[in-house]
Design a protein around this ligand. Structure first.
Ligand code: HEC
Ligand code: HEC
Ligand code: HEC
Length: 138
């Protein structure tokens, strides 16, 4: 009996360790903190609207950024025209982060909670950072 108990105990510890990241993520999804919109540029806006609708941005911002990169790098386009016909400069730093200048309380807060780690900041610097070290001369 002693041997069997030890094995069961070991198994329980193993399962606990293996499933821990899963459970801790599950817990977090329900408790996503409100990403802060408190920035000077957004506060000064009359109609507080993103590039596209809030629902679209929440679900598709990664795809939109990917499209922007392709539009700029492959097609040489500098402007994005949104679904309402409004123009935006294609730039992660000068457009997205101009409004969302609180990257830590906005992008990072949400990503950290959901354990998503975009690698973009290796090259694209956020506000107040000046470490543009890679591929600056592309
Ligand atoms: C290895 C460096 C590197 C990484 C990592 C990287 N980029 Fe870029 N990205 C570039 C360079 C270089 C350009 C071209 C800039 C130019 O021509 O003005 C660019 C252009 C872009 C553009 C269009 C122009 C601009 O300045 O915003 C977008 C949008 C973009 N990248 C998004 C992303 C996203 C989103 C990620 C992460 C998922 C990412 N990039 C990761 C180097 C990188
Ligand atoms: C002109 C200012 C402005 C620009 C530029 C802008 N945003 Fe936004 N963004 C906002 C505002 C304001 C909201 C809140 C929208 C709402 O409540 O309808 C928002 C909402 C969002 C959301 C949803 C947040 C949530 O609570 O679910 C995401 C994600 C987002 N933006 C990402 C981006 C990305 C990525 C870019 C660049 C491609 C970008 N934004 C460019 C102002 C901006
Ligand atoms: C409301 C929460 C939220 C906010 C705010 C937010 N993101 Fe995200 N982001 C996500 C989620 C969730 C994913 C992962 C989606 C998936 O994997 O399908 C993601 C993924 C991404 C990715 C793709 C990463 C990858 O490796 O595939 C990029 C790039 C990105 N976000 C950029 C941004 C930027 C830039 C901002 C701030 C301007 C921002 N996000 C704000 C929730 C958010």
């Amino acid at each position: 009996m002693y041997g069997k108990g030890k094995i069961l105990f070991g198994l329980a510890v193993f399962l606990g360790l293996v499933t821990f990241p899963f459970y801790s993520n599950l817990g977090k999804v329900g408790a996503v903190p409100e990403p802060s919109l408190n920035t000077p540029v957004i506060n000064a806006m009359r109609d507080k609207e993103c590039v596209e609708s809030e629902e679209f941005m929440e679900a598709e911002h990664m795809q939109l950024l990917d499209d922007w990169r392709n539009m700029l790098v492959r097609e040489g386009k500098k402007k994005y025209v949104n679904s309402k016909g409004k123009e935006f400069d294609i730039s992660l730093q000068n457009t997205c982060l101009n409004c969302h200048s609180n990257k830590e309380q906005f992008c990072d807060r949400c990503h950290n909670y959901l354990a998503v780690k975009p690698y973009c900041w290796d090259c694209h610097f956020g506000p107040k950072e000046t470490n543009w070290t890679k591929e600056t001369d592309v």
